[in-house]
Design a protein around this ligand. Structure first.
Ligand code: NZQ
Ligand code: ZN
Length: 385
């Protein structure tokens, strides 16, 4: 196991009715800005509960944060915060709203042009406004991590940043608030979370028994509860297990002390930037091909994954690995995601802008061995058609 430091200060407030805890979590006499997306949080009653719980606070609202949040669309929130001297930001929504809120929290305190935050991956953030979260979409773990992914549509860019200053102070996780998710989004969330674990687990062994077993329990929980949640959208226990699993998939714990990949995400982000595909869809396309291409380098962990997650015990090691990769793709398709670029009318002639973007953002040495060059990314994409 590698040396590591684990730090995660986000308080998780889990369960039915937990929005009522808000006044205990936000200091009194603070001006609060509620940030949200389209109409989903209004329609399913989450915002009404939030406004009621915070009725003693001076409340401001910023709405319309879109999926894959846009830098230019977020900047008016920064202006509003400065103008009104806002002291606390409350994100009500999914990963996009949470990521957008983290960016705004850092941008409001940043000296200089805020796009620099993305260009420098968050390295120069020295302060940020406090952020809290009411999560409505189990997927990204953004509610308890220090990362954020921001797009800038005017230049077809999708970049991420990371900094301890943007850890949310708390995350309210009420499984009932996610009941209104359409099946396609629910499926996206399950697949995104599953692939978060793969990025931290399907690398090479470093004798990290706890991290491995924890990762396997998350993968098994997702592969079991994902289809159950699709079939029973209002079952509390299923949704509660799903929500807890997605929250723990990418919160800094299972990546502690082990190698990490993340090439699927880096390539996937550029597919979203160029073609507008949903985040999880891009991952479901790239991961199975990447595993196939790097099955030798990832051999030991793929075998462990086959045996422990998919209970594949028959045949020789190569058979088990092949079956595990097939089962992974089948699982994504069972959830309703299509896993080939051709399913989205994308062919080899369309790929150059994706590669240009990877080059422009310096994504030319990806993967746990830093050996996924631009040429390799091209091959992965070509084999995903
Ligand atoms: O805009 P509204 O009306 O809220 O609708 C949203 C949105 O259209 C809807 N939705 C959310 N909660 C709902 C709901 N609809 C009905 N009922 C509910 N309870 O779902 C749609 C998608 O929401 P979004 O927030 O975009 O989804 P997700 O949570 O998957 O977030 C995706 C974003 O997170 C980034 C992705 O790149 C993408 O931009 N990621 C962030 C990460 C992080 N910060 O650590 C890691 C991830 O790998 C990922 O890259
Ligand atoms: Zn993701």
């Amino acid at each position: 196991m590698y040396n590591f430091q684990f730090y995660n200060p986000t308080r998780l407030v889990f369960g039915k009715g937990s929005i009522n805890e808000l006044p205990k979590l936000i200091p009194a006499d603070t001006k609060v800005l509620i940030l949200y997306g389209g109409q989903s949080a209004e329609r399913n009653g989450t915002l009404a509960e939030v406004r009621a719980a915070l009725s003693d606070y001076a409340l401001f609202e910023f709405n319309g944060i879109q999926a894959n949040p846009d830098y230019d669309q977020l900047m008016p929130a920064v202006a509003l915060i400065k103008q009104q001297n806002i002291g606390f930001l409350l994100a009500v929504g999914g990963g996009s709203v949470i990521d957008g809120t983290k960016f705004v929290a850092a941008a409001a305190c940043y000296q200089g042009e805020p796009w620099e935050i993305l260009e420098t991956y968050g390295k120069h953030i020295n302060a940020a406004l406090p952020v809290g979260v009411v999560q409505t979409f189990p997927a990204t773990s953004s509610e308890n991590n220090n990362g954020s992914v921001i797009s800038r549509y005017s230049i077809q860019a999708k970049r991420s940043f990371r900094n301890p200053q943007v850890f949310p102070q708390f995350a309210i996780l009420d499984p009932e608030k996610s009941y209104s998710l359409p099946a396609t989004q629910l499926a996206n969330g399950v697949v995104d979370a599953f692939i978060h674990v793969c990025e931290q687990y399907l690398t090479f062994p470093v004798n990290a028994a706890v991290q491995d077993r924890f990762a396997e329990s998350l993968l098994i929980t997702l592969k079991d509860t994902g289809p159950q949640a699709l079939a029973n959208p209002h079952d509390y226990d299923i949704r509660a297990n799903l929500m807890l699993a997605t929250t723990l998939c990418h919160n800094g714990l299972i990546c502690s002390g082990v190698p990490q990949d993340w090439a699927t995400h880096k390539i996937g982000h550029e597919l979203t930037a160029i073609f507008g595909l949903d985040h999880a869809v891009t991952l479901a396309i790239v991961l199975p091909t990447l595993l196939q291409m790097f099955r030798d380098a990832k051999r030991d962990k793929l075998l462990q994954y086959a045996e422990r997650v998919w209970q594949l015990c028959d045949g020789n090691d190569d058979d088990k690995i092949a079956a595990a990769i097939s089962k992974t793709r089948e699982f994504f398709e069972q959830m309703g995601l299509r896993t080939w670029l051709r399913d989205y009318d994308i062919n080899a002639n369309d790929l150059q802008p994706v590669l240009d973007n990877l080059a422009r953002s310096g994504m030319t040495q990806l993967g746990e061995h830093k050996n996924i060059t631009l040429e390799m990314s091209q091959t992965i994409l070509e084999h995903s058609i």
